[in-house]
Design a protein around this ligand. Sequence first.
Ligand code: GDP
Ligand code: MG
Length: 162
Amino acid sequence: MYEKSLIIIKPDGVQRSLVGTVINRFENAGLKIHAMKLQNVAAEQSKKHYSEHVGKAFYPTVEEYITSGPVMVFVLGGVSAIKKIRAMVGATEPASALPGTIRGDFAHQSYPAPGEPDDKPIRNLIHASATPDEAAAEIAIWFSEDELVDYDKVTDQQVSFK
Ligand code: GDP
Ligand code: MG
């Protein structure tokens, strides 16, 4: 099924000039860009986006991290895109993210390390929606409907090998 997912290149990704590199991976995988913008994140927006984590001990570090500089927010679409993108992004903790994933390849800077106190953010470079419900909620938080662009690419055409 065709799905849309909400992706955020977090402040460390923008600061490290990894925006093009990350987007290139998604385009190479055949995913379609439906919307994109660079913006600063207000504390209120962080609380909406991370609503499932507000109240947890580590939440203040998450908010400090996501509001620390501009982020690149975008919507990608494709067949089974949510699962595919999460596989490309890799595990939450960069130390556990496999080589070949975005976090595994680029998010070497990771605090706290497993077992260390939760007083610092896990700087893992990128966010991607985990489920269809989460994707729908997150896209609505970051984009209005008229900012989402639907279009066909030549590669969308069905190819018959018969
Ligand atoms: P994700 O979907 O892989 O990004 O992971 P989660 O939805 O579980 O967490 C959202 C974000 O909160 C993560 O990307 C981390 O930046 C941060 N985070 C999650 N768990 C922890 C934790 O145990 N400690 C700290 N400090 N940050 C965390
Ligand atoms: Mg998550």
